[in-house]
Design a protein around this ligand. Structure first.
Ligand code: ZN
Length: 245
């Protein structure tokens, strides 16, 4: 079982980092996690995790963000229904899309490859950690990554997509990732950062949606039953300016 998980995780890691896969220490005998080999030890798996300068996640201080005047356009075309694979990859519940939609950021197209959930948000806004976050991971032809983050808070309204994911862990199901998105997608924070897991590659454009989605207490509990503490602590900004739209 451990071997299978390791193989799955390593292949997921290689898959999600593309050209930067050489940074991954694929032959390492222990694998990273959120416990004994947690974030404070991730430099054992990739030096970038400790020495990188634009690491993610970050705490977004809204009064320090800079309004960007459409010079940072984001077009979301996620409305594609396909038979996707839903699995516990050992770190999170991940939906690997068979053929997904795409986003266009600053004129560059990134295709959706997978989305996954963290039991508490990694990114914080003015210090606040949200109850859950979904990361939609997209990849460009050059192997660069753009992640769209969807924050969730406990509320009365269930998330239909979250429910579908929860009902189909370990299965293949018909999924439309557009159902993850908030109603208003024209307000978001943008910054340059990294993968929030080893190898912590710094080739990621982050887009954090400002409109927070609702999930019920039961849905959040069900997701946390798989992974409760799978979030990396916030990392230094090192002079980065967060753009707001
Ligand atoms: Zn993530």
């Amino acid at each position: 079982m451990i071997k299978i998980l390791l193989a799955l995780s390593v292949s997921a890691m290689l898959f999600s980092t593309g050209v930067l896969a050489k940074e991954a220490v694929a032959s390492h005998e222990v694998h990273w996690d959120y416990e004994a080999h947690g974030p404070a030890h991730w430099d054992e798996f990739s030096t970038l995790c400790a020495k990188g300068k634009i690491q993610s996640p970050i705490n977004i201080i809204t009064k320090k963000t800079q309004h960007s005047e459409n010079n940072n356009s984001l077009i979301l075309s996620e409305n594609v229904t396909a038979l996707d694979t839903i699995a516990d990859n050992g770190h999170s519940i991940q939906v690997t899309v068979d053929h997904g939609g795409s986003i266009t950021a600053n004129g560059i197209e990134y295709k959706l490859v997978q989305f996954h959930f963290h039991g508490r948000s990694e990114e914080r806004i003015n210090g606040k950690q949200y109850d859950l976050v979904a990361h939609m991971v997209h990849k460009s032809a050059e192997g660069n990554i753009a992640v769209v983050a969807i924050l969730f808070n406990k509320g009365k309204k269930p998330s239909p997509l979250l429910q579908k994911v929860l009902d189909n862990v370990g299965k293949v199901a018909s999924i439309n990732p557009a159902q993850l998105l908030p109603k208003h997608t024209n307000h978001y924070f943008h910054f340059k950062g990294s993968l929030t897991t080893p190898p912590c590659s710094e080739n990621v454009q982050w887009y954090v949606m400002r409109e927070v989605q609702s999930a019920t207490k039961a849905q959040i509990k069900a997701m946390r039953a798989y992974h409760n503490d799978n979030y990396r602590p916030v990392q230094p900004l090192n002079g980065r300016v967060v753009e707001s739209q």
